[in-house]
Design a binder for this molecule. Structure first.
Ligand SMILES: Nc1ncnc2c1ncn2[C@@H]1O[C@H](COP(=O)(O)OP(=O)(O)O)[C@@H](O)[C@H]1O
Ligand SMILES: [Mg+2]
Length: 255
């Protein structure tokens, strides 16, 4: 089997008296959509934060491209090509979509599309229009402020922004939760396109039909531990729900 792109090994993370992660394992491979599912409080967001440099585990290891790494900060993870799309959209409302795409990146290394940090607005717009187009995202006008876009369009900008810079792994924490049916389908389509570029797409979702529609694999967290892994072929809704709730007796260690 191929080397995982990103791997959590026996991560432990404690907040006060709460053990959010109790030896959690997780694996993501290049060129797949892997769904990370689990009930509320299972530890999904905590795991994502430990794998994206937002927080550091108390114990356990993170492996990236076959080497153990210590992700000190989000910037460190970003330099490795690891991006996160958050539920709450961290966009600058007064700027246009193109400016948002480049926000805070002006001096950083080129992203996956080979962009350089330029402050030339025209070039930024051209590059942004190309990036949105490549992802199948339609915006009314690249010069429109983000504050006047619909919720779905804003979400698309947030997704595009992370996707544009993610060269290896992208975490999407409930990316379609606030979207209508059409926008939701678009975002799923974007996920497939990003996967087809060879990137590992990690989808955190409560929407099981969506997981079944887009994921190639599923990993299940319960009470801070990975309790099951499934290939999407042949898996049923009952299998997924059973693993999440503990009704289905499954065990899965690091193997
Ligand atoms: N910053 C924090 N401070 C205190 N407790 C936290 C914090 N983050 C998460 N937790 C707790 O850790 C557990 C796992 O939370 P979380 O990772 O958000 O789960 P999920 O994303 O699967 O719903 C929960 O019991 C939650 O209350
Ligand atoms: Mg969460």
């Amino acid at each position: 089997m191929t080397t995982p792109l990103l791997e959590a090994r026996a991560l432990v993370k404690t907040y006060g008296h709460v053990q959010a992660l109790r030896g959690a394992n997780f694996t993501a491979y290049a060129g797949e959509v892997v769904a990370l599912i689990g009930d509320n409080g299972a530890g999904k967001s905590t795991l994502v934060s430990c794998l994206s440099g937002t927080s550091q585990a108390d114990a356990g290891e993170v492996w990236f491209e076959g080497r153990q790494v210590r992700l000190d900060s989000p910037a460190h993870a970003q330099r490795l090509g690891i991006e996160v799309v958050y539920q709450d959209l961290a966009l600058a409302a007064d700027l246009d979509p193109a400016a948002n795409l480049f926000l805070g990146r002006e001096l950083m290394r080129p992203g996956v599309l080979g962009w350089f940090g330029v402050l030339d607005r025209r070039r930024m717009r051209e590059e942004a229009t190309a990036a949105f187009g490549e992802l199948g995202i339609e915006l009314p006008d690249a010069g429109t402020r983000v504050s006047s876009l619909s919720g779905g369009q804003r979400q698309s900008v947030a997704v595009a922004r992370s996707v544009a810079w993610a060269s290896k792994v992208i975490f999407m924490d409930e990316p379609t939760a606030a979207l209508g049916v059409v926008q939701r389908e678009r975002v799923l389509d974007v996920m497939r396109r990003v996967r087809d570029r060879g990137i590992a797409v990690v989808l955190i979702s409560h929407n099981m039909p969506e997981v079944l529609a887009v994921a190639d694999r599923v990993e299940v967290l319960r009470l801070g531990q990975r309790v099951a892994r499934f290939d999407i072929a042949g898996v049923s809704l009952d299998d997924l729900v059973g693993a999440m709730t503990g009704a289905l007796d499954v065990t899965d260690g690091a193997a």
